[in-house]
Design a protein around this ligand. Structure first.
Ligand SMILES: Cc1ncc(COP(=O)(O)O)c(C=O)c1O
Length: 389
């Protein structure tokens, strides 16, 4: 097959065809720059990269940079490192700070896989983890040892919703020269200012509110300190942690409605929680706007709002009634994660928080973007089914 051309074979011409001129197509969306290889004009450029120069797809593209710039703006951070999931962002933080022989403090109420990582891989690497009472406040000082290399915080605690006194914890850690990192996913960098509260690192599972549609996994590690940011970036590069530009573009799309969704979810969730708090089947509503919630006063002092997650305890029910209630819900899916458009419900048969007796009688709800009146009607019919057992 022969065509007009510059004498080169079709295979060569297809590979070296001119790229389209993107400058004349002005979209409202950030373009998705795909690429593993990034080409350099000269070997000199390759050997002596300029500050901020792109070098390899694994380490970012303009799409990645657009996302990290926006995330930095949300959290008031100077450096944001992306990771393939929220859990990967937690692991990256641990691996940036912890070495064999170090001591790590983690709240007992942390996200289960965080505790598993600390007690599993980190223990194998020679890091000793001590689980602490999430309501410890400034008394964390008495737990800090000479070899404590990191204080981890998660506020609120996963499932049992303990709001920690983060300013008191950070002040105590800072006085002893120990860095503090927080899983700030519930606050999303908007409802709680981790840096103003004295944290050195704020970790997000972007999978939740930033992505917002239950269709992408990603995490971020944000810092205000340039040196610390470089240390985390270096660990990510050594570990080969990268995220796809397509996923970045989904999170960038989510960010356009992020603030509106978060505000709306907060309002709807409050309506549903208030309705449940008036039901006689409910023993406690672990939502920060209610006094049942551990750290309610700290939340009023330090937070600007609440999000879509809360838990309810049915203290006088049997475990079977709890299971029937969750399975009778029609608009709430049964599943992990949260922060998307869909409402979710989950319960754990072996949860030991707030106590071994009450843990299995706790139901965690994630309120989605459905109309709260429809969700309340659904909860009402499921309560009736469970109560009739
Ligand atoms: C508080 C918290 N942190 C981190 C994660 C992990 O996020 P990912 O699912 O993106 O790994 C989760 C997931 O449910 C979570 O609830």
């Amino acid at each position: 097959m022969s065509h007009e051309g510059d004498g080169k074979a079709l295979s060569t011409r297809l590979i070296h065809a001119e790229k389209p001129d993107g400058k004349s197509f002005v979209s409202l969306a950030v373009p998705t720059y795909r690429g593993s290889t990034v080409v350099f004009p000269t070997l000199e450029d390759l050997d002596h990269p300029r500050e901020g120069q792109y070098r390899y797809g694994l380490h970012g593209s303009p799409t990645h940079r657009a996302l990290t710039d926006r995330l930095a703006e949300i959290e008031g951070a100077r450096h944001v490192q992306l990771a393939p999931s929220g859990l990967a962002a937690i692991a990256l933080t641990f691996l940036s700070f912890l070495r064999s022989g170090n001591h790590l403090l983690v709240p007992k109420s942390s996200y289960g896989p965080t505790v598993d990582l600390a007690n599993g891989l980190l223990a194998d690497l020679g890091v000793e983890t001590e689980l602490y009472d999430p309501m410890v406040g400034g008394n964390i000082a008495s737990l800090i040892r000479d070899n404590t290399a990191l204080v981890w915080s998660e506020s609120p605690g996963s499932i049992s919703m303990e709001f920690q006194d983060v300013p008191a914890i950070s002040a105590a850690a800072r006085a002893k020269g120990v860095p503090v990192a927080i899983d700030n996913t519930y606050g999303a960098g908007v409802l709680f200012d981790a840096f103003a509260a004295g944290c050195d690192v704020s970790v997000q599972a972007l999978t939740k509110y930033q992505a917002g549609h239950s269709d992408v996994l990603m995490g971020s590690v944000a810092t205000r300190d340039e040196q610390l940011g470089k240390k985390i970036q270096r660990a990510a590069m050594l570990l080969g942690f990268g995220v796809s530009p397509d996923d970045c573009s989904l999170v960038l799309r989510g960010l356009k409605t992020f603030e509106l969704r978060l505000r709306h979810l907060g309002e709807s969730t409050l309506k549903v929680a208030a309705w449940l708090s008036r039901r006689e089947e409910v023993t406690a509503v672990l939502h920060p706007a209610f006094s049942d919630c551990p750290g309610h006063d700290v939340w009023k002092r330090d937070w600007t709002g609440s999000a879509s997650l809360f838990s309810v305890i049915f203290g006088s029910w049997s475990r079977q009634q709890v299971v029937t209630f969750v399975e009778a819900l029609k608009l709430f899916g049964i599943g992990f994660s949260w922060g998307g458009a869909n409402s979710l419900a989950i319960t754990y048969h072996d949860l030991d928080r707030p106590s071994a007796e009450l843990g299995p009688l706790l139901v965690r709800l994630n309120i989605g973007l459905e109309d709260p009146a429809d969700l309340i009607a659904d909860l009402e019919q499921a309560l009736a089914q469970a109560s009739s057992l």
